[in-house]
Design a protein around this ligand. Structure first.
Ligand SMILES: Cc1cc2nc3c(=O)[nH]c(=O)nc-3n(C[C@H](O)[C@H](O)[C@H](O)COP(=O)(O)O)c2cc1C
Length: 370
């Protein structure tokens, strides 16, 4: 059904317009009294075996929506209605900014991939904080992660102050906070992944969060798949040293290897981050590296190329406490979460695990004890 809608309507539309249209429908549906609960009943997970405790948070399952879909936190309830176990909003920057000129989002349908150079289009941390502050809190309020990044016009030398500003405004409303230093679309941003830059940045954000909230806000860093393996180890060591709560791996890649799409079209699209199926292998590799380095001492959130329950399951077996996705949502549609959750439930049972948490890292641990 969705495949038909995708082929007949969305595929023919500009991808960014299609995004706004679909997101509008999702928000509209969730604002209709009674409908949100009904849709949730069908789409959201209810299997107790999938319940996940991570980052000190109780989640209905491990599967969240990755950053970038809801940059301004305008549709959290609608997205949770579709079955996401948590929603990461952002990237939010210190100041509002329009992002890059359009077109800036492209589909590679043959590769089940996207290329984007959105450039952190968002309303800025003050406005997003005010929106989050106005949200009513009930027992069914979904877990919300807040992903922050650098305002484009801010010089690299002033990056820390920009992240701190966002932290001061947003930390109190975040169930967890993510320092994004890995988007390829803000010039120089990924240089902040080098530990000599990352150490003062993460320390300052941690300090700012602690200063502004009485409770501990879990802090994670999101890294690129394009880091060399030794750099991944360095970030992992730093995260442990600073007492971070976790690492999100990975963001989009600047690589274009192994694509099926017409090379001339890919070249014509130009700069941007590639996401979706082509990221699968590298995202799993990065996860395995992080797990080997951190040995379960950090919460690992795996993202990149997750399309099916089997993809999510493999990440869990290899040490992911949580998983996220974005690109496959575009291709799979509103029943995506339901399919992933059903598949995960089946795998927990078939594997003889007590629950999903018992499966985390079991592929690695089995090898270690063999
Ligand atoms: C259109 C688009 C916009 C994105 N914007 C952000 C962003 O603002 N911040 C961020 O940390 N990641 C962003 N991402 C990256 C995703 O969160 C995710 O890390 C990446 O797409 C890999 O997951 P996927 O293969 O499931 O899409 C964006 C991805 C896409 C496709």
């Amino acid at each position: 059904m969705y495949k038909l809608l995708f082929d007949l309507v969305f595929k023919k539309m500009d991808p960014e317009k299609a995004h706004h249209l679909a997101f509008f429908w999702i928000r509209l549906a969730s604002s209709v009294p009674g409908l949100r609960g009904l849709v949730r009943l069908v789409l959201a997970p209810r299997d107790r075996a999938l319940r996940t405790d991570a980052l000190g948070l109780a989640l209905p399952g491990p599967f969240g929506l990755a950053a970038g879909f809801d940059k301004n936190g305008v549709g959290i309830d609608g997205l949770s209605m579709l079955g996401f176990d948590y929603v990461e909003i952002g990237t939010v920057t210190g100041e509002a900014q329009p992002g890059n000129p359009q077109p800036r989002l492209f589909r590679l349908v043959e590769d089940r991939a996207l290329i984007n150079r959105m450039g952190f289009n968002n309303q800025g941390s003050a406005r997003v904080a005010a929106r989050l502050a106005a949200r009513p809190h009930t027992s069914s309020t979904p877990v919300v992660g807040v992903n922050i990044g650098k305002t484009k016009v801010v010089e690299e030398a002033d990056a820390v102050a920009d992240y701190v500003k966002s932290t001061e405004r947003l930390a109190r409303y975040a169930d967890y906070l993510v320092v994004n230093v890995s988007s390829p679309n803000t010039p120089g941003l990924r240089n902040l992944q080098a530990v000599e830059h990352l150490r003062p940045l993460l320390s300052a954000v941690r300090e700012a969060a602690d200063r502004t909230t009485p409770h501990h806000v879990p802090l994670l860093v999101k890294i690129a798949p394009d880091l060399a393996d030794e750099d991944i180890d360095e970030v992992a060591d730093l995260a442990l040293e600073l007492g971070l709560d976790g690492i999100i791996a990975t963001n989009t890649t600047i690589g274009r290897e192994g694509l099926r799409s017409d090379a001339a079209r890919v070249a014509e699209i130009g700069m941007g981050g590639l996401s979706g199926a082509p990221l699968k292998e590298r995202a799993l590799e990065v996860l395995r590296r992080l797990r080997a380095r951190t040995g379960g001492r950090l919460v690992l959130v795996s993202v990149g190329g997750i399309e099916t329950a089997e993809d999510a399951w493999q990440r869990i077996l290899h040490g992911a406490d949580l998983v996220q996705g974005y690109s496959a949502f575009i291709y799979e549609g509103p029943f995506w979460c339901r399919r992933v959750h059903k598949g995960l439930s089946a795998r927990v049972r078939a594997g003889g695990f007590r629950n999903l948490a018992a499966a985390v890292g079991s592929a690695v641990d089995a090898r270690e004890t063999a």
